[in-house]
Design a binder for this molecule. Sequence first.
Ligand code: NAD
Length: 388
Amino acid sequence: MIVGVPKESFPGERRVALVPAVLPALAKGGVEVFIEAGAGALAGYPDRAYAEKGARIASSRGQVFAEADAVFQVLCYGANDKTGRADLPLLRRDQVLIGFLRPLGAPETVKEIAATGAIAFAVELMPRITRAQSMDALSAMSTVAGYKAVLLAATTLPRMFPMLMTAAGTVTAARVFVVGAGVTGLQAIAHARKLGAVVSGYDVRPAAREEMLSLGARIVELPLETGEDAGPGGYARAQDESFYRRQRELMARVVAETDVVITTAIVPGRKAPVLITAAMVAGMAPGSVIVDLAAERGGNCELTRPNETIVAHGVTIIGPVNLAGTVPYHASQMYARNVTTFFLHLLKNGQVELNLDDEITRETLLTRGGEVVHPRVLEALAPAPAAR
Ligand code: NAD
């Protein structure tokens, strides 16, 4: 079984799908690694580090695809909407492809991948079950993003985060408000606290309260009826527009008293809810910072521009779209562990087994035998019913 790792081709992407440290575990499972020269260089993993762990180095991308039984990427075609298409002619029937594919955001691309005959697995569809935690690349990348968001905020804010009592006077602590306390938000809370900020948090899921409290955040109480439970997979349920309007009204005062707002509020399969309006931004003190981690999904702040930093009403609004990619060494290390564990889980007697009784396999499998097989992707591809 040969696993091929091409260099990531999305412009500016510095991560790599495998790191040398996971190679022994793959070798133990009978897997040989064939990696494109320089694939790990921008993440801090030189070719010789892979070679020392037994990998063979390929001189070209084409060679990797030609020899590999399975190809591991971070951003496959679909997730890579800039250069990913060029990989289509390199894929072949029954070749396994594993990575981020954005199957629900870009279902048409899944159809194109299916047409190559490849067997594609989307890591972002990993089920939220205990057994799959070590394969959950979305959570791993969210962990990195939450950390980096705090650093971005701290270096942009014209104030310090910690309270300091010095001979030159007292410096008050920065006030950080984290909206949405999933994996990303909880990391943001933890790191903002480590830097000494006074941190508060809000999430629509009542279950998030305890987690925020345990990290030292104050809970922002909003008298909103959110319903008791989260939706499937522990995700938030979508609320109606009147709920979001009320939430904005109630949050306006908290936002106005905050130096940094980090927003991470997402509802799966939908555009991110707008929780911070332009008027709320105008109500913040000049120099304040908003880091909108929902930028890629439309943004939690009305003024966010994905992949841009803008200043409005004296407030800096940062809309990063690939924060995990800006910490490529550890993001790659975590991702490599995720895909390795996942791949070894798929293997039986040295071959990939498509056991659809297994939830992990079933939920992540997108294409096989030339067809799209994932029910949610098929649903997304179905033509909308004709308007009457
Ligand atoms: P996510 O990225 O889908 O959303 C981020 C957060 O935004 C969520 O906590 C959500 O409740 C919150 N949110 C949505 N709308 C909001 C609004 N209007 N106002 C405020 N907050 C809003 O979330 P996630 O990081 O995927 O985590 C969701 C849950 O799943 C968490 O409880 C997490 O611990 C859990 N989880 C479990 C596993 C596992 O068991 N394997 C893996 C990952 C996450």
